[in-house]
Design a protein around this ligand. Structure first.
Ligand SMILES: NC(=O)c1ccc[n+]([C@@H]2O[C@H](COP(=O)([O-])OP(=O)(O)OC[C@H]3O[C@@H](n4cnc5c(N)ncnc54)[C@H](OP(=O)(O)O)[C@@H]3O)[C@@H](O)[C@H]2O)c1
Length: 257
């Protein structure tokens, strides 16, 4: 019997992380490689993605870059095929690629923006999970982590459609957890607060805006991508063997649900 802390290791496992070229996804992929996993990184822009994979390889990790649009069925299928061709299995999937093309009252959201938000943030999460579930179940099971948001719990101001998509991610997590326990697949979500990435840059673009956000956060600072990593490692590993269907909020004590 190993030590209890060994349960956080991912040796011998393969993890697929979408939106892994920067921000939260890159931090998670790097941490999983540090914990012993082989990592498949995915996002749309090849050059950025390969650079992220190279950074992981430079610190001794095993990383493979596969470009794919996370909302498109053909891309999803070829992403899974290429990951399996390369490593033979997928033990951990992190649905992380997300988008928000509009900011402002929901009345201003047109069909194009609505469809893009739901294509990437929700449709893609389901269909990639579905594709990966058969690979996982053929090999005895696995773990899925969905990147939700505190906006999926308490609507973000000016982030109406995005908030609805992230509430959908939280329910998708529960539905899949309930239905796929029999396949030995655990499914959990992480709900970050404001994390300093390109995606959230507009939210803290002035000291006034940043101050307003900090008023709602107990731990008086914005989050960094590495603040999400501990939750991801816990949920990806055997340390969370008895946890499924949950959403772990990592927001410095903001929503406190
Ligand atoms: N930062 C925050 O405050 C915060 C808070 C709560 C939740 N989140 C969630 O956390 C996740 C990661 O966000 P982040 O803050 O790390 O953002 P980020 O730094 O902007 O990174 C986004 C990543 O997703 C990829 N991506 C975007 N659209 C894609 C698409 N259609 N298909 C495939 N890949 C795509 C990007 O690469 P390409 O552009 O090359 O495709 C990039 O790798 C998102 O789901 C977001 O909703 C973020």
């Amino acid at each position: 019997m190993g030590r209890i802390t060994d349960r956080f290791r991912l040796d011998g496992k393969t993890a697929l992380v979408t939106g892994a070229s920067r921000g939260i996804g890159e931090a998670i992929a790097r941490a999983f490689a540090d914990a012993g996993a082989r990592v498949v990184l995915s996002s749309r822009k090849q050059e950025d993605l390969e650079q992220a994979a190279d950074r992981i390889k430079a610190s001794g990790g095993d990383a493979y870059a596969v470009t794919a649009h996370a909302g498109r069925t053909e891309d999803i299928k070829s992403l899974v095929d290429r990951a399996v061709d390369r490593y033979g299995r997928i033990d951990v999937l992190v649905n992380n690629a997300g988008t928000n093309p509009v900011f402002g009252p929901i009345i201003g959201v047109d069909e194009k923006a609505w469809d893009k938000i739901f294509e990437v943030n929700l449709r893609g999460f389901f269909f990639l999970s579905k594709e990966v579930s058969s690979v996982m179940s053929d090999r005895g099971g696995g773990v899925i982590i969905n990147m939700a948001s505190v906006a999926g719990i308490k609507p973000g101001i000016g982030l109406g459609a995005y908030s609805i998509s992230k509430a959908g991610v939280i329910m998708l997590t529960r539905v899949l957890a309930q239905e796929w326990t029999g396949l030995n697949i655990r499914v959990n979500a992480i709900a970050p607060g404001v994390i300093k990435t390109r995606f959230a840059a507009a939210l803290y673009s002035s000291p006034e805006l940043e101050e307003e956000i900090l008023r709602g956060i107990s731990i008086k600072r914005l989050g960094e991508p590495d603040d999400i990593v501990g939750a991801a490692l816990f949920l990806a590993s055997d340390a969370s063997a008895y946890v499924t269907g949950q959403t772990l909020v990592v927001d410095g004590g903001g929503v406190m649900v």
